[in-house]
Write a protein that binds this ligand. Structure first.
Ligand SMILES: Cc1cc2nc3c(=O)[nH]c(=O)nc-3n(C[C@H](O)[C@H](O)[C@H](O)COP(=O)(O)OP(=O)(O)OC[C@H]3O[C@@H](n4cnc5c(N)ncnc54)[C@H](O)[C@@H]3O)c2cc1C
Length: 452
């Protein structure tokens, strides 16, 4: 049977573009890709990249005071949202151009429209054109969802936060996950009076408890009104403001309310039910270790499969798909020991098991130190950092490494290599410290603070 293409990719985000490029460029496959919005997807257009640039922008506020303490004669200035947003948009345009060119330069035919699946080998574009392919790869990502309650339509999500006409005077951020907590830090740093509601007992559920506690404490020290055990009951429009009635009995007005309480896979209206592709409880596409759905010619990668929703993971899944399908080398995706960074202020880098997860699994030793880092302590700052290792008592392997500190994301990328290689506590100890840096504490932790 002959097809129009060897591969048709639906979705031009992190995973889809990588898979299309490698299948076409390195393996000579005839590939097409459909993207209904902007190339680069969530990460480039409304996720990692613009968010990180906003983190950078927001961090300068605190630097002025520190610089003064170091003897610099500089005055705090005002943050100009318009100037920043203009530069941000230009940067995103540039990056989108790069993504488009990657596809073009690798001879991937792209269609700027929505696509859905018609049968195991056929895709229909929004204009009604049908294309056939030996393999179909669904890489349609995910989207933020706002729960329904009175006034919920007044809320924005992370999609809109990058497009505000002006910086609000006050914002309420609802949610306790990494997106909510990162944006609380960003807005606060930009000078916006920031409140964060989270209905649970502590933000950043699922991560190491000691690290979560320190991050929350530091966020409060930075001026964010973090209200735990609190949710929104209803919201009403009052002039330019939004009045929010909360479960803790309070009522407050905010200029903007941003919801970051969850995301859903983009798997609706893709024609999946008709062809027999199975979906899970959250609507995610069910795949096996090779990202293959129950329909042998249809694969899915990235956030739409709701495995580990991170850009480098979507990319890895895309590469593994190409290796499996186009190189004849079946490659499962390794989702174990993925290092990751959360760009809260302070930043959090983490890999492996939390203390709680590890203790539930086997006897452990916990090595940890919390201290005031040299740079900010010199300037009179009270911020603390945390360096923590979770060690197996049985085989001395480092099961988890958790760092709350400026630059923790950079540190955890490297510590992640050691943990992934199966380094023991003694391997860490054999490594000579780099002095004077914060991370040297990771190789000089002598006594466990506790066993469990
Ligand atoms: C605010 C925010 C911050 C984040 N920060 C980080 C971070 O710091 N680090 C990190 O690793 N990850 C981060 N992420 C997660 C990361 O962005 C995602 O994991 C990653 O983008 C997933 O890639 P993907 O290829 O699966 O999907 P996406 O990048 O979402 O791409 C899917 C693409 O498919 C398109 N599409 C959808 N349906 C169709 C259709 N029917 N037809 C055609 N096109 C379609 C969409 O328009 C989109 O462009 C963040 C996410 C958000 C929201």
């Amino acid at each position: 049977m002959s097809f129009d293409y060897d591969l048709f990719v639906i979705g031009g985000g992190s995973g889809g573009v990588r898979a299309a490029r490698v299948a076409a460029g390195e393996n000579g496959a005839k590939v097409a890709l459909a993207e209904e919005d902007r190339y680069g997807g969530t990460c480039v257009i409304r996720g990692c990249v613009p968010k990180k640039l906003m983190v950078f922008a927001s961090e300068y506020a605190g630097m002025v005071e520190d610089a003064q303490a170091y003897g610099w004669d500089i005055k705090p200035g005002a943050f100009d949202w318009d100037v920043f947003r203009g530069k941000l948009y230009a940067e995103l345009d540039r990056l989108e151009g790069i993504y488009r060119n990657i596809l073009k330069n690798n001879s991937v035919e792209s269609f700027d429209q929505r696509a859905h699946v018609v049968d195991a080998h056929t895709v229909e574009l929004a204009d009604g054109t049908r294309k056939t392919a030996k393999h179909i790869l669904i890489a349609t990502g995910g989207r933020p969802v706002v729960p329904q309650f009175p006034g919920s339509d007044l809320a924005i999500t992370s999609n809109e936060i990058f497009h505000l006409d002006r910086l609000p005077e006050s914002i309420l951020i609802v949610g306790g996950g990494y997106i909510a907590s990162e944006f609380a830090g960003i807005m606060n740093g930009m000078g916006v009076k920031t409140t964060q509601f989270y209905r649970g007992a502590q933000i950043l559920r699922g991560f190491d408890e000691e690290a979560r506690g320190l991050i929350c404490e530091e966020m409060r020290q930075n001026g964010i009104d973090v209200r735990l055990g609190t949710n929104v009951l209803e919201m009403t429009k009052e002039g330019d403001k939004i009045r929010v009635k909360a479960t803790d009995g309070t009522e407050d007005q905010f200029d903007v309310v941003m919801y970051a309480t969850g995301r859903a896979p983009n798997a609706d209206n893709l024609g999946l039910e008709g062809v027999g592709v199975e979906r899970g409880r959250k609507g995610e596409i069910i795949v096996d270790d090779y990202s293959q759905t129950g329909v042998p010619s249809i694969y899915a990668i990235g956030d739409v499969t709701d495995r580990v929703n991170l850009t480098p993971v979507a990319i890895r899944e895309g590469m593994a798909f190409v290796e499996t399908v186009f190189k004849g080398n079946p490659t499962p995706v390794d989702h174990d020991l993925i290092p990751t960074a959360i760009f809260t202020q302070p930043e959090f880098g983490t890999v492996g098991l939390s203390e709680e997860e590890a203790a539930a699994q086997e006897p452990i030793e916990v090595y940890a130190t919390s201290f005031k880092p040299m740079q900010t302590a010199f300037a009179g700052g009270t911020q603390r950092v945390l360096m923590k290792l979770i060690v197996s008592q049985a085989n001395r392997k480092v099961l988890g490494c958790h760092i709350v500190a400026p630059g923790a994301g950079e540190m955890i990328q490297l510590a992640g290599i050691a943990v992934k290689m199966g380094a023991t506590k003694e391997d860490f100890d054999r490594t000579v410290a780099v002095h004077p840096v914060m991370a040297e504490e990771l190789v000089t932790l002598r006594q466990p603070v506790r066993t469990a």
